[in-house]
Write a protein that binds this ligand. Structure first.
Ligand SMILES: [Zn+2]
Length: 426
């Protein structure tokens, strides 16, 4: 399961944060939780295909959580989708979608399957497939709001292929039967027991999406023993009164849910625009629960990193990921690899500096004949060095601002950057 935050802002988008939405990728399908403005653009930038969406889950009818829905559905129409799409949300979601397309006189060519949840419900399995289900529970916000838990069903145990062959299993259907827990009778009458060949079933991964709510017991129930708990942390503890008043959580509330639910990883999201630096919130949550991460837009979170890394590649510049790449490139460069990131340039200029100093010492020792010449040479090189340092620092600066320089292969910048997009601050 790969979780890609598409928007981590609350209420209003900022220059660096989009409105609420998170995509869960599983076995080639995408499940979208909330669909804020720009969610479809962020999917593209995150390296996710919109055609892969199977279900969209809407938590509640605050505009920042569903304002991107009609645009996304229109895009799917233009892409000539013919596959069914399931939309889950509070009662009224069907009316909203149908009214919009009626208004625009658009006849949707692909079937929509609406699952509406009415206020007052306690718990409902809103989607139930062979390999996973999605459970919904009401949360505690200023208006009817739903929390979701995406739960993979237990996976069958691993098949011991060697043992199976030894016992005479060779056909695909025989493996399937064994995997399904059924014993297989061979032609000679011997029975191969499933329990001998197939290991214990493995528990499925789980993800809880809890946003726009005060602390409530249903959050804990949804998040119980999850691999990843995606929880809002709109405010810091100093604004807990405001959180209470507006039906939101503080970073500490999120950590409390994580603790009580014994989740494996807490990821906080839905940051108020007043926090230009969400690490304030991270620190508060981390004081009470570890591990806690900050949801970073387009940066994937893996439940099984060993197998999932590299499946989804962001198409735009992500500061942290690229910084790591620079480090990798550096190590490649040392071992003869080819790379020219600005970091490497800095390194090279440092190397040159060292060589220059050596020569200086050397000429100092040489005395007499070369004395005059070497002096002028030194000052000349000194000027050169100064110039080099100047240009070096310029490059560093532009790199910090998120610029694409050097020949390093970086993802395309799709969103044009304005001087107001000061990405370095985040
Ligand atoms: Zn919200």
């Amino acid at each position: 399961m790969i979780i890609v935050p598409l928007g981590v802002g609350s209420a209003t988008p900022t220059a660096t944060r989009h409105l609420s939405s998170v995509a869960v990728w599983r076995e080639g399908s995408v499940y979208l939780f909330d669909c804020g403005e720009n969610a479809q653009m962020r999917m593209l930038q995150g390296g996710l295909k919109r055609s892969q969406i199977d279900c969209i889950f809407i938590s509640h009818f605050d505009t920042d959580h569903y304002s991107g829905l009609i645009g996304l559905l229109s895009t799917l129409q233009l892409q000539r989708r013919d596959r069914e799409l399931t939309i889950v949300g509070p009662k009224g979601i069907q009316e909203f979608v149908e009214w919009n397309f009626d208004f625009a006189n658009i006849d949707l060519k692909y079937p929509l399957n609406f699952v509406e949840v009415e206020e007052g419900f306690e718990e409902e399995r809103v989607v139930d497939e062979d390999e996973f289900y999605v459970e919904a529970r009401p949360l505690n916000h200023t208006k009817f709001c739903i929390g979701y838990r995406f739960q993979e069903k237990d996976k069958p145990g691993k098949v011991d292929a060697e043992k199976a062959q030894e016992q005479g299993i060779s056909e695909d259907w025989q493996y399937k039967e064994l995997k399904a827990g059924n014993d297989v009778e061979l032609d000679d009458g011997t029975v191969v027991k499933s329990a001998d060949i197939v290991g214990h079933p493995r528990p499925g991964d789980s993800f809880a999406y809890i946003t726009d709510t005060k602390y409530c017991p249903n959050s804990v129930k949804l998040a119980m023993n999850t691999n990843v708990l995606f929880h809002e942390a709109t405010f810091s503890e100093s604004l807990s009164e405001k959180a209470e008043e507006t039906g939101h959580s503080t970073a500490k509330d999120a950590a409390r849910v994580a603790n009580e639910a014994k989740t494996k990883l807490l990821v906080i999201t839905h940051f108020s625009a007043r926090y230009t630096n969400e690490y304030v919130l991270l620190r508060e949550a981390r004081d009470d629960f570890f591990p806690t991460w900050v949801a970073t837009e387009l940066r994937p979170i893996f439940t099984d990193p060993a197998h999932e890394k590299g499946i989804i590649q962001p198409k735009v510049y992500l500061k942290e990921i690229n910084q790591n790449k620079n480090k990798d490139n550096n190590s490649n460069n040392n071992s003869g690899g080819r790379s020219s990131s600005s970091d490497n340039k800095k390194k090279r200029s440092r190397k040159k500096k060292k060589r220059f100093r050596k020569r200086k010492n050397h000429s100092g020792k040489d005395k007499k004949t070369r004395n005059k010449y070497s002096k002028s040479n030194d000052s000349d090189s000194g000027r050169k060095r100064k110039r080099r340092n100047k240009s070096g620092s310029k490059k560093d600066k532009s790199n910090n601002n998120g610029g694409n320089n050097g020949n390093q292969r970086q993802p395309k910048q799709i969103t044009p950057r304005t001087p107001f997009d000061d990405f370095d601050r985040f």
